[in-house]
Write a protein that binds this ligand. Structure first.
Ligand code: NAP
Length: 309
C-alpha cells in the first residue's frame, strides 16, 4: 500500500523548521519539503537578527543553520523539492506533487513564507544581478568602497543600510515618507552612520545604467523635485509578498493576500494549516513564525485524532 504521511510541511523557514521539530517530537510521520537546499528561508538574507531571544546580534545565516541543525538532531532534514501542486485538498488524504514525486498526506502545513516585493520601475528587471539586488547580506560585498542606494523604510531597509554603510563609501536611503517604519533601535543604528544620507519623501522612479547600474532617479513627493543619485547599486527593501500560489485554488485570501487563519493556524479547509509569513496576522517576526509552526503541529495532531473543540 502507498505510504501516507501524517503531515506534509511545506517550507523550511522559521515556521517550517519549528513545525518539523514539533512534528518529530510528537512522533508524527512527517514529510518536509523546501525548494532550497539550505534551511532558514528569509532569515538567510538578514545580516543581523537582534530580536530573537537568546541570540542577540546573530547573523541570519548562522541562525538558519542553528535552527536547521536542531531539526536535524531530531532526524528532520527537508527534502529539496519544489512543490508544484496540492491535489484533493478537501479529501481526508491529500496529494503533494513535485516534479519527481506525488506524496500522500493526511494534513498539510503551509509554511512557504514570503518573497521580496519589487518596485516595478523601469530598469529594475533589466539590472537585476547587475547592480539591483534584494539581499544586502548576499550581494553587499560586491559594492565595497562604492556608492549604493537602499529603497524602503522598514526593518530590512534600515538593517541593510547599516550593513552596507560598513562596506560602502556612501549609502543613500530613499524612503517615500518622512519617518521610518523600522524599530527605534534599528533607526538609531542607522542615524549614527556618518556615510548614510537619508532621501526623505522620495520615490524611486527609474534605475539608470549601461551594462551596470550608474544611477537612481528619485522624485520628491512633497516638492516635485527630481534628482539623479549617482550610485553603483540599488538595494530594494520594500517588504515582502506571501507565497500563496499553491493554495489559491482552494483557499480564499484576505485583502492583503495572506491566508486567513487564527493563532491555531487552522484554515477553512479541513486538514490544511497556515503558518508563518503566509498567515494573516499583525506581527511578522522570526518568533511569531516559530510560534505558528508549533501551533500548526498541535492543531494537526488534534485534527488527526479527531479532536474538534
Ligand atoms: P516592511 O516592514 O513591510 O517595510 C517595507 C517598507 O518599504 C516600508 O517602509 C514601506 O513604506 C516601503 N515600501 C513598500 N512598498 C514600497 C514602494 N512601492 N515604494 C517605496 N517604498 C515602499 O518590510 P521589511 O522591512 O522587508 O520587513 C518585512 C517583514 O519582516 C516585516 O513584517 C518585518 O517586521 C519582518 N522582519 C522581521 C525581522 C525579525 O524577526 N528579526 C527582521 C526584519 C524584518 P511605508 O513605511 O511608507 O509603508
Amino acid at each position: 500500500m502507498e505510504e501516507i504521511f501524517d503531515t506534509a510541511i511545506l517550507g523550511a523557514g522559521p515556521a517550517g523548521i519549528c513545525a518539523a521539530i514539533y512534528a518529530a517530537r510528537a512522533g508524527l510521520k512527517a514529510l518536509w519539503l523546501d525548494g532550497k537546499f539550505v534551511p532558514g528561508g528569509q532569515i538567510q538574507d538578514a545580516y543581523r537578527v537582534d530580536n530573537y531571544p537568546g541570540f542577540p546580534g546573530i547573523s541570519g545565516i548562522e541562525l538558519g543553520e542553528t535552527l536547521g541543525n536542531h531539526a536535524g538532531k531530531l532526524g528532520m532534514t527537508p527534502l529539496c523539492e519544489t512543490v508544484t501542486a496540492i491535489e484533493s485538498p478537501w479529501e481526508p488524504v491529500k496529494a503533494i506533487c513535485t516534479r519527481k514525486h506525488r506524496y500522500l498526506t493526511r494534513t498539510v502545513i503551509l509554511a512557504s513564507g514570503a518573497t521580496h516585493r519589487k518596485l516595478g520601475i523601469p530598469g529594475e528587471e533589466d539590472f537585476e544581478g547587475m547592480g539591483v539586488s534584494y539581499c544586502a547580506a548576499c550581494d553587499g560585498a560586491f559594492f565595497r568602497g562604492r556608492t549604493v542606494a537602499v529603497v524602503g523604510g522598514g526593518n530590512v531597509a534600515a538593517g541593510d543600510a547599516v550593513f552596507l554603510a560598513g562596506l560602502c563609501k556612501k549609502v543613500y536611503v530613499v524612503h517615500r515618507r518622512d519617518a521610518l517604519r523600522a524599530e527605534k533601535g534599528e533607526q538609531e543604528r542607522l542615524f549614527a552612520c556618518e556615510n548614510v544620507e537619508m532621501v526623505w519623501d522620495s520615490t524611486a522612479q527609474k534605475i539608470i545604467g549601461q551594462d551596470q547600474v550608474t544611477g537612481l532617479q528619485v522624485w520628491n513627493v512633497k516638492t516635485g523635485e527630481e534628482r539623479c543619485l549617482e550610485v553603483d547599486g540599488v538595494f530594494v527593501a520594500v517588504g515582502t509578498r506571501p507565497q500563496t500560489k499553491l493554495a489559491e485554488d482552494f483557499l480564499e485570501l484576505d485583502e492583503a493576500g495572506y491566508i486567513p487563519a487564527g493563532e491555531d493556524c487552522v484554515t477553512h479547509v479541513p486538514g490544511i494549516f497556515a503558518a508563518g509569513d503566509i498567515r494573516g496576522k499583525n506581527l511578522r517576526q522570526v518568533v511569531t513564525a516559530m510560534a505558528d509552526g508549533a501551533n500548526a503541529v498541535y492543531s494537526a495532531q488534534r485534527y488527526l485524532t479527531g479532536v474538534t473543540k
